[in-house]
Design a binder for this molecule. Sequence first.
Ligand SMILES: NC(=O)c1ccc[n+]([C@@H]2O[C@H](COP(=O)([O-])OP(=O)(O)OC[C@H]3O[C@@H](n4cnc5c(N)ncnc54)[C@H](OP(=O)(O)O)[C@@H]3O)[C@@H](O)[C@H]2O)c1
Length: 334
Amino acid sequence: MTNVPETFRALVADRDGDDVRRALRTMSPDELPVGEVTIRVRYSSVNYKDALAVSPTGRVVRSYPLVPGIDLAGEVLVSSDAAVGAGDQVLVHGNDLGVAHHGGFAEIARVPAAWVVGLPDRLDAREAMVLGTAGFTAALSIMALEHHGLGRGDGPVLVLGASGGVGSVAVAILAARGFEVHAATGKPEEAPMLRELGATEVLTREETSAEPGRPLESERWAACVDPVGGAALAFALRSIRYGGAVASSGLTGGTDLHTTIFPFILRGVSLLGIDSVQTPMATRRAVWERLAGDLRSPALDHLTREITLDEVDAHLDDVLAGRGRGRTVVRVGG
Ligand SMILES: NC(=O)c1ccc[n+]([C@@H]2O[C@H](COP(=O)([O-])OP(=O)(O)OC[C@H]3O[C@@H](n4cnc5c(N)ncnc54)[C@H](OP(=O)(O)O)[C@@H]3O)[C@@H](O)[C@H]2O)c1
């Protein structure tokens, strides 16, 4: 006897020659992958990696057909694992979810128990997905910078790709923690949103992606949250103050990094790598507790767009084209 429905709706991506086609389909539970925990998905969210997952050149998916959606939150329907019970409110992100294992853009998901995080008491499924993988990554980046020694009095913090998911959450968290935040964006029209989130200065992408005139530029920022990479990461390294650090998580601006060694050996600058996919479970839980607690940022909620499963497909094209704005949650069965 189980309360898992006999059919449910899912967005399925599949290879078609050189292309990847997406369609909303009806699936049955026996099409779900192996796992101890079956979840009724309430909310998922849209992340850049989901757009890569449905792009023929995205190179993040290991096998099709695939239900994309790299994060989800909902309620456990069935569990054969002692640590997870039916009725538990949970979230899942990272690991293989949405890249090699059916993900969150479906009404039902089945995952290994080892991937399941209990929702912190103070977060519901929607609030968790307003943050989602992007918010988790922003928090990991800020925690890494604070662990490096970043304090409020050290000077302004630069956030690159600030209108996107990781960037906008980083702006909101840093501002709420009392940091002076300078936000860089390729979308001048988003300056008011970034100021609303707490940025005090808005820089253009042209400035932060400029070709280097010299190996080091004037020291401007105490630290940088970088989900962009490429020329913007090189710019950040050239202009971070003595002893500062850059937390690097993303590649929307490119995967190559052209730098000299001078930021490292003359200014003691550190480059901190951020990975949300394989974060150990103890850290994962601790980050979510902090996101529900002292890193909570109420400013995010009303700037978040909510869409339904039917609207995800079209939205993914916008994200791939760099038109992502803040966070987008997907109401799957909410
Ligand atoms: N390391 C990890 O575990 C981890 C976890 C989550 C995300 N990520 C990575 O972090 C990056 C951001 O993810 P996200 O979900 O926040 O994405 P998103 O919401 O789609 O935001 C991406 C933003 O990147 C900025 N951008 C800068 N240069 C760009 C360019 N040349 N083309 C397109 N966009 C450009 C844009 O913001 P502006 O217009 O404001 O500049 C865009 O809105 C992605 O590369 C993603 O794969 C990594």
